[in-house]
Design a protein around this ligand. Structure first.
Ligand SMILES: [Zn+2]
Length: 246
């Protein structure tokens, strides 16, 4: 079920045990070769594919596209959703649909910078409404093995505007990629700090963290399919009520 396409009587008639799936993206710099909307395109692509596989058990909301991106603000075009605003938007979406009887909510994240505000929003909601079943994760957590196997560069994880994200975009939206501008960037050895907090302009020249030039559409297809398969299994389990119900 796709919330944006439904009428209120459609929603009124919908199965309240369905898992409400809320994708969260960003609009932030992704180097000289990927569009600002990259994270939103990728997480929406995964979420839409999951809904198509579980149309009766998932209620997909539109993507919350404005992410927590203060660490990218030195690059023009980046929009930053302040933490409090983002927490308020997620809380509002969940509490609105909870008022209409839904009780299972899963936030699917497409941007690492959103992880903290999503966690605070969901943990606060759980404290306030103990009977709700809540879950959240990044789509990238479901394809980590494939990413480690497929990437040819020295970094074996999804970083930023990197080999993996560029591959995903070459698969999902190639017409929006300026591949001739792709660069390898942010390659200086990590500083010997476990808890350092850096803005992107302090770590990179062009806003890329990784080896974008090694990206291919075929790698992107395989990473995307692994993510869709993993998130589908997660949502199927969640919609079946793996979490305890009050
Ligand atoms: Zn990204």
């Amino acid at each position: 079920m796709v919330l944006a396409r439904m009428t209120w009587p459609d929603v009124d008639a919908a199965d309240r045990d369905a898992a409400v799936l809320i994708p969260v993206g960003s609009l932030e710099q992704h180097g000289p070769h990927l569009p600002l909307f990259t994270d939103s395109i990728l997480v929406t692509g995964v979420a839409e594919a999951v809904e198509r596989r579980l149309p009766d058990r998932v209620l997909l909301t539109p993507t919350l596209w404005m992410g927590a991106s203060s660490h990218h603000l030195e690059f023009p075009g980046t929009l930053d959703n302040p933490f409090d605003a983002m927490i308020g938007q997620l809380t509002g979406a969940v509490e609105s649909l909870a008022r209409h009887g839904f009780h299972r909510f899963y936030v699917l994240n497409g941007h690492g910078g959103n992880a903290d505000p999503i966690g605070i929003a969901m943990r606060t909601l759980k404290a306030r409404h103990p009977n709700l079943s809540l879950g959240y994760s990044g789509y990238y957590q479901f394809c980590a093995e494939q990413v480690a196997d497929l990437l040819e560069g020295p970094y074996k994880i999804i970083r930023h505007a990197c080999e993996a994200e560029t591959s995903l975009m070459l698969h999902l939206k190639p017409e929006w990629v300026r591949f001739e501008r792709a660069v390898d960037d942010g390659l200086a050895p990590n500083p010997p700090l476990r808890g350092g907090l850096f803005f992107f302009h302090e770590q990179t020249v062009d806003g890329v963290l990784g080896h974008a030039t090694l990206a291919t559409a075929e790698k992107g297809r395989r990473i995307f399919e692994a993510a869709v398969e993993g998130v589908t299994a997660e949502l199927a389990a969640f919609a079946h009520g793996v979490a305890l119900e009050g």
